[in-house]
Design a protein around this ligand. Structure first.
Ligand code: GLA
Ligand code: ZN
Length: 666
């Protein structure tokens, strides 16, 4: 799936404005080389003012105008926020929440996925939209719903859950065993004794549960349920429009949905990038790589703010050059579109303080607009890199089942968070300009020199076997504490931690100590370097592995904190604790030393240097996210910056957010 050019535009809600404003919009957008608009995201109530009444007049006018002006339209289906009349007549269409409350009309992303009334009206609406606009050649992408997420615990969902469970387990006995319901005497004897795990049932809080097997299955079920809503719309669109790509906008590491499973149903992944003022740049890069990894394909940056958000605690402005640099960072990691939320700032509602291409002042003489226009012009003349690939020798495993189960654990440490653990390893490679792919547990590992799977707590299917054979055949596998502990239903794999990795890694973790935020353990590497360990500390026995060093404090002083095991033709590394960044760097430097991983730049530099490649060209993006002016890596002296045509010379100072693109032959 590729677009003919980089889509540049974003969410556009002319329906909130009188028509004179639309005409002014068209003029202003052209000034910024905007070539695309995402429309109809939240217009259901307007298109269908009553149960038996549809009115497409305004949407027709919007589509006609954008088509006449030659914009590529990203057409949304509007099914993410229900009209008020639907709640009035069918109050059951709303969701029942974690506390058991049935929601009334309000907010968005508010439909129970299993209510037939929602499915009926959504299907009808989508069919009408697809029939009406599917043949319009300006419609270049379908955008289903919006940011699917949340969960429902109503009676209808409960009934559907029981059916889902019956399919998964077949018998009540198998279910009792899978969830270990003998614990606390929770044994069930009939399918209708199973209740949803919200606050009235087995959940201890939205984050914790008495029965992880149950709660985990409910997450799987909810992810599948919302996915079924997506598939329903997609299949209807396909009846009328055989070719236009179909997507829905995802949210990076959003916990609620198994995005690897979702991506299989999407023609192209799109996502909304809303970092906070203090989000590390490596974390943004990681999310892009995850979104690219979902299909191992370029993706759409469906939303980012041109300047400011409204929904975070502290909504800092993007500094001069920041939006441009962030946009190129997205492209460097695989984005083939740059789209904003939103093109014109709304007058009222909670997003009136959300930045936009056209601000409340109403004209284009603003800092934000000038930056948007500069970027638009640059993108318009960018040489063809659409579809270009990102190559990585390192894979980091990301798995939603694991995300859910790891964070459901009651103990050993409440601060153990999945994404933060992944992020620590990603950051190491990011700092060294070593490209990384984020991959699913069922990925083909053989193409990577190294596979890193931090806190791979839950092992499903044949993951352990496949990782073992990857190492046998010469691969380098790294895993950590809290790995190999439970199977697919969150029951412990008996026989000593880390379960199936015990033999592979040559270690047995007899106990796992938890440290509070104010506590740490000291460590010493075998080369004498001192360091610090936090959060969780495995008490390891070596069963064939070699040690990188030992704890020097606490009653387990002298026991190894990290190891290496030769296995088959490869090696398995085990990190038994959370190390402070400096110690982790020291450890990973040693673990990767013999791998000769290829960085995108050999010279030391604090700049981000990220590459995309085509058959014959290499696109090297150089971005300054350090906050200070730094010197140009001499590797780039004498090269031409393809974004500006300027020559980079040895003395070129690289200002904060400066961004260069160097194109070379492969
Ligand atoms: C999300 C939604 C948009 C808008 C933006 C604001 O990404 O999809 O409709 O609310 O947030 O940041
Ligand atoms: Zn429901």
């Amino acid at each position: 799936m590729t677009f003919s050019k980089i889509l540049y535009g974003g969410d556009y809600n002319p329906n909130q404005w009188p028509q004179e404003v639309w005409r002014e919009d068209m003029r202003i957008f052209k000034e910024a080389a905007i070539n695309s608009a995402t429309i109809n995201v939240f217009s259901w109530a307007k298109i269908q003012p009553a149960e038996e009444e549809y009115n497409f007049q305004e949407l027709d006018e919007i589509v006609d105008l954008l088509s006449k002006e030659n914009y590529q339209i990203v057409l949304a289906t509007s099914t993410a926020a229900l009209p008020a009349w639907m709640f009035k007549k069918y109050p059951e269409v709303g969701r029942r929440d974690f506390n058991g409350r049935l929601h009334r009309f309000g907010q968005r992303h508010n439909a129970c996925p299993h209510r037939l009334v929602y499915q009926k009206f959504a299907s009808r609406l989508v069919a009408k939209l697809a029939e009406r606009y599917g043949k319009n050649s300006h419609v270049s992408c379908w955008h289903i719903n919006n940011e699917y997420g949340g969960e429902c615990y109503c009676e209808k969902c409960e009934a559907a859950f029981r059916v889902w469970l019956k399919e998964r387990y077949g018998t009540i006995a198998a279910l009792n065993q899978a969830w270990n319901l003998e614990f606390w005497g929770h044994t069930v004897y009939a399918w209708d004794e199973i209740v949803t795990p919200n606050g009235l049932g087995d959940a201890m809080s939205p984050e914790k549960t008495a029965f992880a097997g149950l709660s985990l299955d409910y997450r799987r079920f909810m992810s599948d349920s919302l996915l079924a809503n997506y598939q329903m719309e997609r299949d209807i669109i396909r009846q009328y429009d055989a070719t236009t790509p179909i997507t829905t906008n995802l949210m990076g590491t959003y916990k609620g949905l198994d995005y690897f499973k979702w991506a299989k149903e999407m023609d192209v992944v799109s996502w909304d990038n809303y970092p906070a003022y203090d989000t590390p740049w490596s974390s943004i890069a990681m999310k892009h790589d995850l979104m690219r990894g979902l299909k191992k394909q370029p993706f759409m940056l469906m939303e980012q703010t041109p300047s400011q958000q409204n929904w975070q605690a502290y909504n800092s402005l993007k500094k001069p050059g920041q939006m441009r640099a962030q946009s190129y960072q997205s492209i460097a990691h695989g984005a083939d579109t740059i789209q904003f939320f939103q093109l014109r700032r709304s007058v009222g509602g909670c997003e009136k303080f959300h930045g936009a291409v056209i601000e409340h002042v109403g004209h284009e003489d603003t800092r934000v607009f000038r930056e948007v226009a500069q970027l638009g012009k640059e993108l318009a003349q960018l040489p063809a890199l659409i579809g270009a690939k990102n190559h990585s020798e390192v894979a980091i495993v990301f798995d939603w089942d694991n995300y859910w189960s790891l964070e459901y654990t009651s103990g050993p440490n409440v601060d153990l968070k999945y994404v933060a653990q992944i992020q620590q390893y990603y950051r190491y490679f990011y700092d060294r300009h070593i490209p990384v792919d984020l991959v699913a547990v069922d990925a083909d590992f053989s193409q990577y020199k190294m596979v890193v799977a931090p806190v791979l707590y839950l092992l499903k299917d044949d993951v352990a076997e496949r990782l073992t054979s990857y190492v046998e055949q010469g691969g380098h596998f790294l895993t950590t504490f809290m790995s190999g502990i439970v199977g697919a239903s969150d029951n412990v794999i008996l026989g000593g931690y880390p379960g199936p990795f015990r033999k592979l890694c040559g270690v047995w973790a007899e106990e796992i100590d938890a440290l509070a935020p104010e506590q740490h353990n000291t460590i010493a590497f075998t080369d004498g370097t001192l360091g610090e360990a936090q959060l969780l500390c495995d008490l390891l026995h070596l069963e064939g592995a070699q040690s990188y060093g030992s704890y020097t404090s606490n009653f387990y002083a002298g026991q190894a904190f990290a190891t290496k095991n030769n296995y088959g033709k490869g090696q398995a590394f085990y990190v038994g604790t959370q190390l402070v960044p400096q110690s982790l760097d020291h450890l990973l430097d040693q673990m990767t030393a013999d791998l000769h991983l290829t960085p995108t730049i050999k010279e030391a530099t604090p700049l981000e240097v990220t590459q995309r490649v085509t058959k014959d060209q290499v696109f090297t993006f150089v971005m300054n996210f350090t906050g200070t002016t730094v010197s140009l890596p001499q590797t780039f002296a004498g090269e031409t910056d393809a974004l500006t045509g300027n020559m980079l010379n040895a003395e070129t100072p690289v200002a904060p957010f400066a961004t260069y693109l160097i194109i070379s032959k492969r």
